[in-house]
Design a binder for this molecule. Structure first.
Ligand SMILES: Cc1cc2nc3c(=O)[nH]c(=O)nc-3n(C[C@H](O)[C@H](O)[C@H](O)COP(=O)(O)OP(=O)(O)OC[C@H]3O[C@@H](n4cnc5c(N)ncnc54)[C@H](O)[C@@H]3O)c2cc1C
Length: 204
């Protein structure tokens, strides 16, 4: 079970990241084509408790759970190269190009890159180089983040997104950071800065 990128956490940050990877497929980009992605999630996103009135572009009164399901469907309709498993990551070992993620069910998944997007309540994953500190943007005490270089890199091949990257607990901020992490990794593969834009067909 080998992937290019494993994303730990399937909340807004993890799914924002996965959606961006999915949208990199089928474009004829040789450096992106056929890459495989895995989202490991144990289903406890804060968004399940939310009713949303202030997420840009999302209808007022949308339930958080519905939005998460909608994004998963969006990912699946863009690419078959993103897999989802329900499990808890316990340990991340190794380095860029050779990470191993051990899960509660006893499985081990391998990847070139790992993205940590497991929220800010606690960080109990054994992971070399992940330095846990207080999350300064949380109004409530005891919330955590992982130190990064200011552009979500923890160390080579290891990234952090969402509230665990020290963002305020707002959906769009969390999802946006997941998008940025995917773009950072895709840009590394491309060897130049990239964006992914779809454009309207030409009018006659
Ligand atoms: C009651 C409530 C109402 C809210 N209302 C709003 C609102 O109106 N507007 C707004 O913008 N925001 C709102 N939010 C905030 C929003 O839900 C969060 O900002 C957002 O969910 C954070 O996204 P995240 O992906 O960083 O973390 P999370 O959503 O917490 O996702 C983390 C995911 O990682 C998984 N995970 C954790 N550890 C592991 C592990 N070891 N292995 C595998 N998976 C793991 C969790 O199960 C979870 O699915 C609300 C939050 C709450 C609690």
């Amino acid at each position: 079970m080998r992937y290019d990128v494993i994303i730990i956490g399937g909340g807004p940050a993890g799914l924002g990241c996965a959606l961006t990877f999915a949208s990199s497929q089928g474009r004829g980009w040789q450096w992106a084509e056929g890459r495989k992605f895995l989202v490991i999630d144990d289903g406890k996103s804060d968004l399940h408790k939310a009713m949303l009135n202030n997420v840009p572009g999302v209808s007022i009164g949308t339930k958080g759970s519905e939005l998460l399901e909608q994004i998963r469907e969006q990912i699946k309709s863009l690419s078959e190269n993103v897999e989802f498993i329900e499990d808890t990551a316990l340990r991340v070992e190794g380095d860029k190009g050779n990470f191993k993620v051990h899960t509660k069910s006893g499985n081990v998944y391998e990847a070139d890159y790992v993205v940590l997007a497991s929220g800010f309540h606690k960080f109990e994953i054994e992971c070399e180089g992940a330095e846990v500190i207080d999350n300064p943007k949380s109004p409530k005490p005891g919330r955590v983040m992982i130190k990064h270089d200011g552009d979500y890199k923890v160390r080579d091949g290891l990234y952090v997104a969402g509230l665990l990257a020290g963002l305020s607990s707002m959906y769009a901020a969390a999802a946006g950071s997941g998008v940025q992490v995917a773009i950072n990794i895709l840009s590394e593969w491309a060897g130049k800065p990239i964006v992914i834009h779809d454009v309207l067909p030409d009018k006659d």
